[in-house]
Unconditional design. Structure first.
Lengths: 146, 146
DNA sequence: ATCCAAGTGAGAATGATTCTCACGTAAGCC
DNA sequence: GGCTTACGTGAGAATCATTCTCACTTGGAT
């Protein structure tokens, strides 16, 4: 089977040196097609539509973990108890805005520089922080009415 | 059994009109004694130390949910897959800084006003956000060395 | 072409949280 | 002080996302 060069590049990128198996190729391709944030079970369902044999939950979970390690996917929040992932290879520290309706994802600069300084002033040493904003993307906001 | 007035007031406050049962009294009293953030199973263990019959997990989960509804406790983050709660009746929108070592909790003003405005400028309508900072409180930072 | 470590898949296990259901008991009412 | 009943309790089962196990398969280096 000949593989389209761009697709092949995406698949290789997704696993950063890991093995490219039939399942992993399909999972990466499917993840790249999904626009915005998705849950792992949504991804697994889509994979199974194309190839029922390659969508075992455990395999998709492992592939997503590998793609996260490779910096191809990022955990961008959660919805209804399911972790949300999105393709994000943007470098540098930043945060995500997730549309609650359609899952579209936008980037936001880190607003905490000052907050961390203020905390340091209180004697705290901040080592880690989490910021996620949820809302409506421009399209969904327009659809919902002003 | 006579009940200390302040303790009684705390217990009543914790459930905001809900029933005051033996188990609920003990759970509220125990939660009030824990300094900083705690997980529900830690709270349940402490409760069982005082009264083995009043510390059923389900009961503690329900009591915590009730105290959260009443605004007596707040979910302030998570640690190792367990939700972290802390006593917090501070009014007004704010966020929490949780010491990763001892669980001490401090408050932080919301640093997102500007970020939300920036997002609105992108056309997003932010409806909800989560901010948690983790780190070391002054004491734990000192103990760990500079 | 061969080899073997990495990957796969089916299903079991894990583990926090929630639910069920029979029983107990606060608290309003007399 | 008793009566009533809706709310709370407790033991254990259920739920459900995620991870693990283990025998089998396969990519890809040599």
């Amino acid at each position: 089977m000949r593989v389209d060069q761009e697709t092949d590049a995406i698949e290789r990128l997704a696993y950063a040196g890991g093995r490219l198996t039939r399942a992993r190729r399909l999972i990466a391709r499917t993840a790249a097609q999904l626009h915005g944030a998705f849950t792992i079970d949504t991804l697994a369902e889509r994979v199974r539509v194309t190839d029922a044999a390659s969508g075992a939950n455990a395999t998709v979970y492992r592939a997503v973990a590998a793609m996260e390690r490779a910096g191809f996917l990022t955990r961008v929040g959660e919805r209804g108890g399911h972790a949300l992932f999105a393709r994000c290879s943007t470098r540098g520290h930043h945060h995500h805005i997730v549309c609650e309706t359609c899952g579209r994802v936008a980037h936001a600069d880190c607003p905490l520089t000052q907050a961390i300084e203020a905390s340091n002033a209180q004697g705290f040493r901040i080592t880690r922080h989490e910021v996620t904003m949820y809302g409506l993307c421009p399209e969904c906001a327009a659809r919902t009415g002003s």
